[in-house]
Write a protein that binds this ligand. Structure first.
Ligand SMILES: C[S@@+](CC[C@H](N)C(=O)[O-])C[C@H]1O[C@@H](n2cnc3c(N)ncnc32)[C@H](O)[C@@H]1O
Length: 277
């Protein structure tokens, strides 16, 4: 079985320091959230996607949010800085977590972003701990969808909100395609959009928004790959061959899967009904 650490986007985590070096930053310099946002958003449409979520969820000072699969901490820092929210940023991979924590410290946001390293399926807090649970391009990595949603339901306050942007299947996917999606993207749970919505409803949520992002993201990943290719000489100078080859391979694979018409995505927002259905 594929290991999440073999996914090329998750190797060479320290490459963000090379990008900061290009901005003239040493490894100790203070940073702002805006200086980082071109490099620390591992989902589609960067902080624009976060603005959508913050508006829908009514982000406000005093709220406590949990982000599942927080990567380098980009979304958590942005939401904390611009929404005033306290964010618990939960990340599975130790190296990503360590870099995320260091960057949050350099942004002076330690009091508003709590970094936790671990698997969401083992994560434990008292019931009703969070006003919102959010996640960008992470839930497709996690097995046992019913248990995952049941945990989200329990961790939310009554009428708490759930928001995700996640990958989905388009139409039926055969075993061969599933194996390739697991190998290239570590896509473990890939329901179709209608199933995704039904899973939320079965777990005791009322779905407020369920929007296909499939065409939009297919275009996003096409342009991302084309840009990366045309800027190859620059990327080679900054990052060296191993990093550039790894990322080229990853961006090409994601683009291939989207253009095949079998991989898509969604934006979904839901509220917790009082008790699980
Ligand atoms: C594509 S990245 C997105 C990171 C971040 N949400 C962002 O948009 O910048 C998905 C992240 O989810 C993390 N992840 C996967 N499975 C997880 C789990 N079971 N618990 C916590 N994090 C997980 C991965 O390690 C990875 O860093």
């Amino acid at each position: 079985m594929t290991d999440i650490k073999s996914i090329k986007q998750y190797t060479h985590v320290q490459r963000i320091y090379r990008e900061l070096g290009e901005l003239g930053k040493t490894t100790q310099d203070p940073l702002s959230v805006d200086e980082l946002s071109a490099f620390d958003q591992l989902h589609y449409h960067g902080t624009d996607a976060l603005d959508v979520a913050m508006a829908l969820l009514g982000a406000d000072t005093g709220q406590r949010w949990l982000e599942i699969g927080s990567g380098l901490g980009g979304p958590a820092r942005y939401i904390a800085a611009y929404g005033g929210v306290h964010v618990t940023a939960l990340e599975l991979q130790r190296e990503q977590h360590e870099v995320a924590r260091a960057l949050t410290g350099r942004c002076g946001l330690e009091d508003r972003v709590e970094h936790v390293c671990g698997d969401f399926m083992q994560f434990d807090r008292p019931p009703g701990s969070f006003d919102a649970i959010v996640s960008w391009l992470a839930l497709y990595h996690i097995p046992q969808r019913a248990r995952l949603l049941e945990k989200c339901h329990r961790l939310l306050k009554p009428f708490g909100r759930f928001y995700t942007e996640d990958l989905t299947a388009r139409g039926d996917i055969d075993e061969v395609q599933r194996a390739l999606l697991e190998r290239d993207l570590y896509a473990i749970t890939l329901p179709q959009i209608t199933e995704y919505r039904r899973d939320l409803e079965n777990a005791g949520f009322e779905v407020e928004l369920c929007q296909s992002m499939s065409s939009d993201w297919a275009e996003f990943v096409r342009v991302r790959q084309a840009r990366f290719r045309s800027d190859r000489a620059r990327h080679l100078r900054v990052h060296g061959e191993a990093v550039v080859n790894a990322l080229s391979e990853y961006y090409a694979a994601v683009n291939r899967h989207f253009q095949s018409g079998k991989l898509g995505g969604l934006r979904l927002c839901a509220s917790k009904l009082e008790a699980a259905a």
